[in-house]
Design a binder for this molecule. Sequence first.
Ligand code: CP3
Length: 365
Amino acid sequence: MTPLKNDRFIRALLRQPVDMTPVWMMRQAGRYLPEYRATRARAGNFMTLCQTPELACEVTLQPLARYALDAAILFSDILTVPDAMGLGLYFSEGEGPQFEKVVRCAADVEALGVPDPQQELRYVMDAVSLIRRELDGRVPLIGFSGSPFTLATYMVEGGSTKTFQHIKGLLFDQPEVAHQLLDVLAKSVTQYLNAQIAAGAQAVMIFDTWGGVLSTRDYLAFSLHYMQQIVDGLTREVDGQRVPVILFTKTGALWLEQMAATGCDALGLDWMLPIGVARQRVGQQVALQGNMDPCVLYASPERIKEEVSTVLASYGAGSGHVFNLGHGIHPQIDPDNVQVFIDSVHEYSRPYHSAEALSNAGVLA
Ligand code: CP3
């Protein structure tokens, strides 16, 4: 494989020196881009887009053609795993994701098998290999999965939820069934991510979108415990190169220390906590990814630049920071504002990596 021409993202995740802070955006290939909307229209629907490697590859590369992004993320969805378990995922316009079958009792869980990534999820592995080939070492490729708890939320609810009625009902009334479901999901996700790594993913991220709705006790038992199992089971090195693992629990700032203790390489942060505070809490153990409020991109170019400066100043000097939004970019954002955002991260971060800044701050990296 071609060596990476731009390895800033991997270096920052490993807290090795960089010339400037790397940046990418969650949902960077998506509806805010007219070229994405055109490819999606050609595909007919979102699932066909995910399941056709050539189209998934095309949309993965679209934001890289516009912006100086430091990483590409596989175009897919976290719900491909429950779909591969036989639940029948579909998206109806304006409704968000939905499943034909739901999981509510012990018999439903017992019917679930661990999907073979080379069979039911072959299209994802084919997309990963194709994207790696097309990237030709320009930037690293990120693979991803949902966390077991987040996947279980959609599987038990049958789609999106505001109340968490069924998933929390299951945790409280049938905890052993919930654990059995989470266990099968942890095994499925481990195999799925290892297959993505074997196919060419150079870093992986676990999206725990809903862990933050749990009490601390339940978060540790039902979400973090299963992410720990995944971290323990992942391939961490390929051809002598570390494959960094990023854990992201949305609204999980209460639990950064426990998350860092899993042995992951980096934590994703939403925008609730200043990144400098997160760095003080866990910066010796892990890198940090985040954490500008995505709604800043609705503001003026001047205001966007100001917020970028604020986040960079909060993190301070040295490596270990991957700039990102605190959650996915919204479909209504003006692509010109994204240009301002990406370029200002690079421009304003250089001084934080100079020899002088590093020696003043007493940091080596
Ligand atoms: O970040 C990226 O660019 C990679 C692609 C990616 C998508 N979804 C593409 C997508 C990733 C990493 C995801 C993760 C995902 N999917 C999560 C976890 C991250 C998060 O946002 O918290 C969740 C919860 C899902 C489930 C899901 N898929 C939802 C809630 C939706 C939105 C439904 C809607 O209409 O807003 C999707 C669909 C989806 N996934 C889209 C994209 C670009 C939009 C589909 C479209 O084109 O209509």
